[in-house]
Design a protein around this ligand. Structure first.
Ligand code: PNS
Length: 160
């Protein structure tokens, strides 16, 4: 049986921290789908199509990883895909409150699906998409934080 996990997020944009979590998840699961949330409630820098394309370009070197846009309840997607787990990354204690609430809500909705947390490597502990957007906004170098396709995409976009 293929054990599929979903790795959901907004990925605006995908960072080296996300890739680190994805690679760790891929070691434990046969397949991982990066589920890119449309997330209409968040004002995103990149459109859903751009975010998916940037994830696809950034995970091209990884086997068993697929990318899909999604709008709706995550557990519905997980059930529809036959996924056994939801993957989330933890960087620091402050992530925990939000993650804890989301994991409990998802468990209430779908008790058969586990949320599995991976700790990021220390070097990525402070990398967040919001920090990348902030550095880009003020014209800083984002190359240490995001894979080359994202660096290129940000370069083509004037800081706003
Ligand atoms: O990278 P993010 O922005 O922290 O990801 C949040 C995301 C997309 C995983 C979360 O908002 C989500 O799962 N949205 C879909 C709606 C849903 O199922 N919410 C969980 C129940 S609270």
């Amino acid at each position: 049986m293929t054990r599929l996990a979903l790795y959901p997020g907004t990925f605006d944009p995908i960072t080296y921290g996300h890739l680190d979590i994805l690679e760790r998840a891929r070691h434990l699961f046969d397949a991982v789908e990066v589920t890119v949330a449309v997330n209409a409630r968040k004002q995103t820098l990149f459109t859903i199509e751009e975010r998916c394309a940037l994830v696809e370009a950034s995970v091209a070197h990884l086997d068993g990883v697929t990318v899909a846009p999604f709008e709706g309840l995550l557990v519905d997607r997980a059930r529809a895909r036959g996924a056994v787990a939801l993957v989330r990354g933890l960087r620091q204690v402050s992530d925990f409150d939000y993650e804890f609430r989301m994991a409990f809500a998802n468990r209430r909705l779908a008790p058969e699906i586990e949320t599995v947390f991976f700790m990021t490597s220390e070097e990525h502990a402070f990398v967040a998409a919001s920090i990348v957007r902030e550095i880009h906004r003020w014209g800083g170098d984002v190359a240490p934080f995001v894979p080359p396709p994202v660096v290129d995409a940000l370069r083509q976009r004037r800081p706003q």
